[in-house]
Design a protein around this ligand. Structure first.
Ligand SMILES: *Cc1c(COP(=O)(O)O)cnc(C)c1O
Length: 229
């Protein structure tokens, strides 16, 4: 099932790239494996996938040693400061930085571990009450404050768009994130490269690709519905 799902996701990615006049290599697929058993991750690995995303530190810590070492683990979920130390040497990127305090903790732990962590700022593009993330108009200030910290590299922006039946309704939020990224990039802030736009999930990744996503995060479309207990 997973192999077929991946094939159909891949077809949809290619079609969206073609519509947008983008090369397939500009878009990276992060397989969102949260709540899914290791056997399913092994299937995705066997099908050639190497980018996995988890939203809880405990799950990365548990699953990473059970799977091949050439997987890149992306931390995509809300991160508590007291969990940073556990994940700092396991994730290749943290997508969900939404405060200077969290960025400072990541910076401190990265320096301690002797590495530089690429981080994205999570932007609440639709202004939803229930969502984490900074307001679009606060993003540049946070980027500037984070740029001064050692041990991290500000690599771009991430957003979780509202749940919707009609992906077109999320197009304005994706476009806004893209414009915000271009605008910040144009300021040429030291230690900030803005090369990553992490946006688009199972229900809306094609629209996100059309609007410039470099990383899409797809769970349900690959692994099926999640059961939370
Ligand atoms: C769960 C999750 C996804 C994947 O969602 P699907 O709708 O299952 O594709 C993407 N991004 C984040 C941050 C998530 O927590």
């Amino acid at each position: 099932m997973i192999r077929e799902n991946l094939r159909s996701v891949e077809e949809r990615i290619r079609a969206a790239c073609a519509r947008a006049g983008r090369d397939r290599s500009e878009v990276r697929l992060i397989c969102v494996t949260k709540t899914k058993p290791v056997e399913m991750l092994e299937e995705a690995y066997a099908a050639g996938e190497r980018l996995f995303g988890e939203n809880r530190v405990q799950e990365i810590v548990r699953k990473k040693p059970l799977l091949p070492a050439d997987i890149d683990w992306h931390m995509i979920g809300h991160l508590q400061k007291n969990k940073v130390r556990q994940v700092i040497d396991k994730a290749v990127m943290i997508h969900s930085v939404d405060s200077l305090a969290l960025a400072e903790t990541i910076s401190k732990e990265a320096v301690r571990a002797g590495l530089v962590m690429p981080v994205l700022i999570e932007v609440n593009a639709a202004g939803e009450e229930s969502k984490f993330g900074v307001a679009p108009e606060e993003t540049e200030d946070l980027v500037r404050a984070m740029a001064a910290l050692p041990g991290i590299r500000v690599s771009g922006l991430m957003t979780i768009a509202p749940y919707t039946e009609d992906p077109e309704t999320n197009r304005p939020y994706f476009r806004h994130l893209r414009n915000l990224s271009v605008d910040i990039k144009s300021k040429s802030i030291d230690n900030v490269n803005m090369s990553v736009l992490s946006m688009g999930m199972t229900g809306d990744f094609e629209v996100a690709i059309e609007e410039g996503a470099t990383h899409i995060r797809v769970g349900t479309g690959i692994f099926g519905e999640r059961i939370y207990q």
